[in-house]
Design a protein around this ligand. Structure first.
Ligand code: FSX
Ligand code: SF4
Ligand code: F3S
Length: 340
């Protein structure tokens, strides 16, 4: 019940849902999962391995049945491929497909091949998606193309949703936190349906708010107290990282609340600004990572809408006003007597 309570709170549900969560997990008994690796760094799997509440071993042994996962399973070679075939056959229409990584396509499709038969990543992903009960794109690479798709995109990498006609729930972040991966899974376990999604098909329970909204340094932002360069006095005092490039005001994710590595820390706590890793095309649109975007409008290839058109426009307007505030503060600070 303690565990169910923690998960219920993480999913932003009222505590009265705790018994229901406990029941759902009991009856869901070992949900079959097929996890495929495409082009990526395996950071998403690393993140999953940091899972606490439930721990990764209890998650695998008590709650889900991880039928195929190239970096976690014991099988290799022909045996591994056979396991994948068998899992897709045995659990047809019932398994959850999780895909990590961008997918090379076109003339470059065979830049990524997997297994003894040399199937392309695209072939494997499309085939596995056909009979999945639900499909989760884990990480920004799978959700939006990620680092592989950054200009000039030499492998013509695309998102999972670009190669399948089935609905895909995106769980972006480079990597996403273990909580967002496990939480999305448990949400599905509990309701058996897709969660409420934003315009980029990200679950709203995790990606509804900006990093900036709940950031522990927000008070400093509002007070106009900024780190001017890494290692300065402001950095030591935990001032806001906006001027050294934090993209928290443009980024929708729950890192500032849920953190990483079992709640140990997160980028801003560690002293570097958010680089916008859960937004589409962040490698191309959020850079340079250690400089502010200023009043450059945050545009994306998806029609330039931003993650949430209305909220983003308001946010950007506010931010531009804040940029004015920053300048005013800087002018004031120059004439203010030094602190006692
Ligand atoms: Fe890496 Fe996953 Fe980034 Fe991508 O995470 S952490 S490159 S989102 O697909 O392995
Ligand atoms: Fe936090 Fe970044 Fe916002 Fe500053 S700009 S308050 S560091 S999210
Ligand atoms: Fe990514 Fe920003 Fe969170 S860089 S991990 S979305 S703080």
């Amino acid at each position: 019940m303690k565990w169910a309570g923690a998960i219920t709170a993480m999913l932003a549900l009222p505590s009265s849902f705790t018994p229901l969560m406990a029941e759902a997990v009991k009856v869901a008994d070992r949900l079959p999962i097929i996890w495929l690796h495409m082009a990526e760094c395996t950071g998403c799997s690393e993140s999953l391995l940091r899972s606490a509440n439930p721990s990764i071993d209890s998650l695998i042994f008590d709650y889900i049945s991880l039928e195929y996962h190239e970096t976690l399973m014991a099988a290799a070679g022909w045996q591994a491929e056979e396991n994948l075939e068998q899992a897709m056959h045995k659990y047809k229409g019932r398994y959850i497909l999780m895909v990590e990584g961008g997918i090379p396509t076109g003339d470059q499709e065979y830049f990524l091949t997997i297994g003894a038969h040399g199937h392309s990543g695209k072939e494997s992903a499309v085939k596995a998606s056909e009979n999945a009960a639900a499909i989760f794109a884990i990480g920004t690479c799978s959700a939006f193309g990620g680092v592989q798709a950054a200009a000039p995109n030499p492998t013509n990498a695309v998102s999972l949703s670009s190669v399948t006609h089935k609905p895909v729930i995106n769980v972006p972040g480079c990597p996403p936190s273990e909580k967002n991966i496990v939480g999305t899974l448990l949400h599905y376990l509990m309701y058996g349906t897709l969660p409420a999604l934003d315009v980029y098909n990200r679950p709203k329970w995790a990606y509804r708010l900006r990093i900036h909204d709940l950031c522990e340094r927000r008070g400093h932002f509002d007070a106009g107290e900024f780190v001017e360069q890494f290692g300065d006095a402001g950095a030591k005092d935990g001032y806001c990282l906006y001027k050294v490039g934090c993209k928290g005001p443009y980024t929708f994710n729950n890192c500032s609340k849920q953190k990483f590595n079992q709640g140990t820390s997160w980028p801003v706590q560690a002293g570097h600004g958010c680089i916008g890793c859960s937004e589409p095309d962040f490698w191309d649109v959020m850079g340079p990572f250690e400089e502010p975007l200023g009043d450059a409008l945050y545009q994306t290839v998806f029609g330039g809408l931003g993650a949430d058109a209305t909220a983003d426009k308001i946010g950007i307007a506010l931010l531009t006003a804040t940029a004015v505030g920053i300048a005013a503060h800087a002018a004031l600070a120059a004439v203010k007597p030094p602190k006692e």
